[in-house]
Design a protein around this ligand. Sequence first.
Ligand code: NAP
Length: 283
Amino acid sequence: MTKITGATKVAGVVGHPVAHTLSPTLHNAWLAAAGIDGVYVPFNVFPEHFASFINGLRGGSLSGLNVTVPFKTVALTLADEVSERARLAQAANVLVFGPEGTVFADNTDGLGLLAAFAIQAPGFDPAAAPVAILGAGGAARGAAAAFLSAGATDIRIINRTVARAREIAADLGPTVSAHGLDQAGRAFAGVGALINATSAGLSGSGSLDVPIAATPATCVVMDMVYKPLLTPFLAQARALGRPTVDGLEMLIGQAIPAFRAFFGQAPPDGIDVRALAIQALGL
Ligand code: NAP
């Protein structure tokens, strides 16, 4: 445990609930390894108090916060300045408090997603082939925005409620198209990546029934859900011989730029936060 001093820099994660979050495990391990006088703590805030909680932190008593469910959208509306990627995702997972009282909103989930592909599917080129994204919530929108920024020219959003997929396509432009879940097989034709950005597959929730076999043999299959680490979706992809990328690598990938924003330096090398996270998940 980091020694707390009068000069300790404080950052954290805000959500409701928040007890399940792995972010304190990652950030505090990096802080300890780097010998930084800092600490990262969870804040469980009731939704009706979220705005006053954030506004009360103006002035820099905290250096910054990660934002998780259910506050990613509302966090954006409380910020004075919003990064382009957070604007495109219509969600913030990072808030940074300036000493002069400002709040800056950013979204590092897309960076985390691309970093996860770079690590677990080396050689994957996000611009080389169409991309299929399952889901139309904030995570799917952020993934589409990230792939758009990385040069993808054909992004297919596939969702149970097709109207939500159409909204994303209308907002992000002509390279993004909308499809119903019943059309998934057709939308999988020729894709270089298939991403599950639905919450199906989370421990205790329903599973996703889509024809992964309709993707090309080289298609990289990714699941944002990381509990369980090997979701039924990824297990099915592996059984078909598809290369896979998991949601834990994305979580670590989004935490790296967040750490830099909160503590002013990159996380130290040489600490296996993935192993620590797997231990914390009890996997
Ligand atoms: P959200 O806004 O609640 O959206 C959930 C999406 O899942 C909707 O499109 C919903 O479809 C769909 N869905 C839920 N259950 C389904 C089922 N049984 N069959 C088909 N579709 C189903 O959630 P979100 O914020 O976008 O997050 C989505 C997932 O990504 C969550 O599991 C979250 O934990 C994960 N995530 C992971 C990371 C990471 O770092 N690994 C980062 C961000 C998010 P409808 O529109 O039809 O309801």
